[in-house]
Design a protein around this ligand. Structure first.
Ligand code: TV1
Ligand code: CA
Ligand code: ZN
Length: 406
């Protein structure tokens, strides 16, 4: 309908299973799987399915998940539900994974950082096992398309859960599908570059490969105090000095770009293109995995950057232009309509299509709108749509590029 065509000379595959959409982390939890429904409808509404091979994902197996995760953790994830949680917690082999209890803790945490308390980052919810093994299955199918040369770019917007550890859920992430994908890629590719544009630090992926010189991890993220509470922006790691595990062969195969709040398109482009460009030159990856977390967009409910969809998409185009096998994954993204617009636009970029203008690229209200002028009537934007004050100094960004350039 919009003149969508298949890309010339290369193949793109799209991996998804609609069953992930029906899940609820909890009433007020910011992670909304239905953002994937919006994304799917926008992708299909634009006709992008005609530009790629679409695959219905099947669940990963426990054995596949054990390629990175602890076997007890995998069994727990496969069996847990709100109804079985308490009983499982009492079983000795799971109870041994419980954290020490403090009565000042805001939420009760069970084994593996899982919880049924309402405010938990990683709640146990109905259908959780299905959800976890499905998004992982989609990432592994996408990976298989690349490693068998059946696709040049493979996409799974339901994946990209970068905080999960070997035996611990963290920050809305339970199974680290990214680590599982890269472990599988290492069978066929000599070197894999992981780039992470989610507003949070890709700590789980970095940690998993901290001793592995064949995997370079590069994360751009908000870093520093969250606000005036003194708390650090989650997860609080990923400083400039964090370059992989010292004294191992993995040292210097991790890079971190800690960024203050409010970074704009121009500044982000400068950082991203100079640092990613030089990293690719130096590391010479055989394949690239890009975690496209959409919480780095302006107006995100949790994020604190001011970048627009156009620049977010240019991060995708930049690595795509390297012409290497490319895995595109989702991740964070908490203002659902913007997540869908960004990932649909990036599906179009991956397939060399241009979308009609009625998918807005500018999410961030202009400063004058924020001041209540441009939109007349003195109307204020709702709190979650407010621009963040830009604390990024160009001179500091230049300093970071120089420091990382070695
Ligand atoms: C339940 C209900 C959980 C409301 C969590 C925001 C909630 C948050 C909630 C929340 C929230 C975080 C912390 C918790 C430090 C921890 C997918 C002990 C309104 C990849 C994960 C952010 C980001 C975790 C994941 C963070 C990703 N922020 N309301 N929780 N405390 N956790 O700060 O990188 O995007 O916020
Ligand atoms: Ca990041
Ligand atoms: Zn995030």
């Amino acid at each position: 309908e919009y003149g969508i065509t298949r890309p010339a000379g290369y193949k793109v595959s799209f991996h998804y299973n609609s069953q992930v959409e029906d899940m609820h982390f909890g009433k007020t939890h910011p992670m909304k799987p239905w953002r994937l429904t919006l994304t799917k409808h926008l992708v299909l509404g634009c006709g992008l399915q005609y530009a790629m091979d679409t695959f219905e994902a099947v669940s990963a197996t426990k054995e596949q998940v054990r390629a990175f995760h602890d076997p007890d953790y995998v069994d727990f994830l496969a069996e847990v539900s709100p109804g079985t949680f308490e009983e499982l917690c009492k079983m000795p082999r799971f109870a041994s994974h419980a954290p020490p209890k403090h009565d000042y803790d805001a939420v009760d945490l069970g084994p593996f950082n899982l919880s049924t308390s309402p405010g938990a980052d990683c709640p146990v919810f109905d259908g959780m096992s299905k959800y976890l093994f499905l998004y992982t299955g989609a990432t592994l199918a996408a990976t298989n398309q690349l490693t068998t040369n059946q696709s040049d770019i493979a996409i799974n917007w339901s994946g990209g859960l970068h905080h999960a550890h070997r035996a611990e859920a963290s920050g809305f992430c339970y199974i680290n599908d990214i680590v599982l994908s890269i472990v599988d890629m290492l069978r066929v590719y000599p070197r894999v570059l992981y780039v992470d544009i989610d507003v949070h630090h890709g700590d789980g992926v970095e940690e998993a490969f901290q001793r592995q010189p064949r995997v370079m991890t590069l994360s751009y993220h908000r870093y520093g105090p969250y606000d005036d509470t003194g708390h650090k922006f989650f997860p609080g790691t990923g400083d400039l000095t964090d370059v992989g595990l010292k004294g191992t062969v993995g040292e210097h195969f991790a890079l971190n770009v800690p960024i203050p709040s409010g970074i704009d398109d121009r500044q982000y482009k400068y950082l991203y293109e100079s640092i990613t460009g030089r990293t690719i030159e130096a590391f010479k990856p055989s394949a690239i995995v890009l975690q496209c977390g959409a919480d780095s967009l302006g107006g995100d409910r949790l994020g604190q950057f001011n970048i627009n969809i156009k620049q977010h998409g240019e991060c995708v185009s930049f690595v795509k232009n390297m012409g290497l096998p490319l895995l595109l994954l989702g991740g964070g993204g908490y203002t659902a309509r913007n997540v869908a617009r960004a990932w649909c636009h990036e599906t179009a970029l991956a397939t060399d299509n241009v979308l009609p203008d009625n998918i807005p690229m500018d999410l961030v209200p202009r400063p004058e709108a924020f001041m209540g002028r441009a939109h007349g009537e003195g109307k204020m934007y709702p709190a979650f749509n407010r621009l963040h004050v830009n604390d990024c100094k160009d001179s500091d960004l230049e300093y970071m590029v120089k420091r990382l350039d070695n």
